[in-house]
Design a protein around this ligand. Structure first.
Ligand code: 13P
Ligand code: ZN
Length: 211
């Protein structure tokens, strides 16, 4: 019991510090974005709705039972169902990060992107941390249909891009999810920087060698 309590305390503190780090570096803004992390007993901690990731408070995080019932804490993010869908599809995941990071959102608005895999394999780290990135069709934030559309793609990829909205990334740990989300944002930035230039992405062979 006390082991799970100290695990929960550590995870709460980690969600707060990751949120602040992402917010302070402009990776999300206002009250956009949400973070969740799963405890070893299956409970899930989530950021509250309308909270700034820059000023989260550990004791105010929303807590869900392993069965998905809101137990305590503030009213959860409106994307709670989306986070739960991600965990259902990816049993090994310990955390999910969703941001409105500018370059990723910009790419999610481009016409003529490949909905099966939005970004080319520009760098090794993108391939290693993100891999493939399906586009989820547009639905309003918090819509159950958005969560269901994420679920159908999450089986194949731990990272998805919500059209005209932003990325959702699952990771084994919160740091894994954070780093992959950051890698995705930097790669989206590179992709936009390279617009109009002839590019030389990694070859299929180079990509395969990184797996
Ligand atoms: O990013 C968001 C919705 O997609 C923010 O919503 P919440 O404030 O409810 O977490
Ligand atoms: Zn959002």
């Amino acid at each position: 019991m006390s082991a799970i309590l100290s695990e929960a305390t550590k995870l709460r503190d980690q969600i707060v510090s990751v949120g602040k780090s992402l917010f302070d570096r402009g990776l999300t803004f206002g009250s956009t974005g949400n973070i969740s992390a799963r405890l070893s007993n299956g409970e899930i901690l989530m950021t509250p709705t309308n909270a700034s990731l820059g000023s989260l408070e550990p004791e105010h995080l929303s807590r869900f039972s392993a069965e998905g019932v809101h137990i305590d804490g503030d009213k959860p993010t409106k994307e709670a169902f989306l986070h739960q869908c991600m965990y259902c599809q990816r049993r090994e995941s310990g955390a999910v990060v969703h941001l409105h990071s500018t370059h990723s959102v910009a790419v999610s608005i481009l016409a003529n992107i490949d909905p099966e895999d939005v970004l080319p394999p520009l760098t090794a780290y993108y391939v290693m941390r993100v891999g493939s990135l399906p586009l989820v069709p547009y639905y309003p934030p918090g819509d159950k249909a958005l969560a269901e559309a994420v679920a159908t793609r999450a089986e194949k990829s731990h990272a998805v891009l919500l059209a005209n909205h932003g990325p959702v990334v699952a990771g084994k740990t919160l740091l894994d999810a954070q780093y992959a989300t950051e890698e995705l944002e930097e790669t989206a930035k590179l992709y936009l920087l390279l617009h109009g230039h002839r590019i030389r992405p990694l070859t299929p062979e180079q990509r395969r060698a990184l797996r």
